[in-house]
Design a protein around this ligand. Structure first.
Ligand SMILES: Nc1nc2c(c(CN[C@H]3C=C[C@H](O)[C@@H]3O)cn2[C@@H]2O[C@H](COP(=O)(O)O)[C@@H](O)[C@H]2O)c(=O)[nH]1
Length: 310
């Protein structure tokens, strides 16, 4: 069983501010199934994603998912903008983002390449530090090649998750809830999920145990689950989110929102299974995230936590 599922199950069973409405969840899944809404856009249907040979694609994803967090403070720059900016860099000169080159990259170059119109993008210096750190680890332990990290995992998502969350400090997305370690590992799981999706489970994207991954607890999937009344918040939390009050990283509120999202997706997966529709947790995640992206402008606000993890 995964560290993420087990620890989030404990939080879900002991939550004070967040509840999963199981009846609503079942209703929603039946509706989606009947209306054939359990489909999702494939990775290569996104204009913002790089299409290239598998080594370049995984290098692209390593850079993307090392920086794939906390877009909400900046209204006019989102996931798609970051992905497109990195894609353009790879199309112009893939060498630019090799670990050796990143170690020589100045902050100004980094900002010019990825955030040319947003010199004060949220946590931009943290993003630069994280990329430098990740490159140092690649050079020190993996001959400067992310492909060697994937190969070390020998087609196991569990092994790759373990390498990413033990060797790369930026991926150590966990918290303490009522004294217990609670794991989310959002960016490391989404990195593995993206490698799998981009390469359609072949070659470097082949994982024999991809089903061990959970959904990726960010701020978008809880938002759509709350919009669907599957995730219910107590009044105090509801008001904080409605009034766009920041929720502190590591607070009970934040951990309960993220952990109940993980468990809600497991329950949704089980409901689909009962209807004969087998889906992995990451596929349910993509369905929900994309639903959120489509409904974006008339949706309840999401929780706002300043974090490098999601
Ligand atoms: N749970 C989950 N979170 C996801 C994704 C993706 C992109 N994945 C798509 C691309 C290829 C795959 O096929 C997926 O369809 C980005 N995010 C997160 O959202 C937030 C950004 O949102 P906004 O502020 O609106 O740009 C930020 O935390 C980012 O990390 C996902 O899939 N699941």
């Amino acid at each position: 069983m995964s560290l993420v599922r087990n620890s989030c199950q404990f939080v879900s069973e002991n939550s004070k501010h967040v509840k999963i409405n199981k009846e609503e969840l079942q209703k929603q899944v039946n509706e989606w199934f009947i209306n054939n809404k359990h489909k999702y856009k494939e990775f290569d249907e996104y204009e913002c994603h790089l299409a290239a040979d598998e080594e370049q694609v995984v290098d692209f994803l390593f850079i993307l998912d090392s920086l794939n967090f906390c877009f909400w403070p900046q209204k006019d720059y989102e996931y798609e903008n970051l992905s497109s900016a990195i894609k353009e860099c790879f199309q112009k000169s893939p060498q630019q983002f090799k670990a050796e080159s990143i170690l020589k990259m100045s902050f100004e170059e980094f900002q010019q390449l990825l955030f040319p119109n947003h010199p004060d993008f949220p946590l931009i210096t943290e993003r630069y530090r994280l990329l430098k750190h990740a490159s140092e680890v690649l050079v020190t332990f993996f001959e400067g090649e992310f492909v060697n990290v994937i190969k070390a995992a020998k087609n196991s998502a569990a092994k790759l998750l373990n390498i990413l969350t033990t060797q790369f400090l930026g991926f150590q997305d966990h918290a303490i809830y009522q004294g217990r370690q609670t794991f989310f590992y959002k960016r490391s799981q989404i990195l593995i999920g993206d490698i799998y999706a981009a390469l359609k489970g072949q070659g470097l994207g082949k994982f024999d145990d991809i089903e061990i991954l959970t959904m990726f607890p960010d701020y978008r999937v809880p938002q759509i689950l709350n919009q669907l009344n599957v995730l219910q918040y107590d009044e105090e939390l509801e008001n904080k989110i409605k009034n766009q009050v920041e929720i502190t990283h590591g607070s009970e509120y934040e951990i309960e929102i993220r952990a109940n999202s993980v468990i809600a997706v497991e329950l949704i997966k089980e409901e689909f299974q009962k209807l004969g529709q087998k889906l992995n947790s990451i596929e349910v995640d993509w369905i929900l995230w994309q639903m959120g992206e489509e409904q974006r402008f008339d949706i309840v606000p999401h929780h706002r936590t300043l974090s490098i993890y999601y």
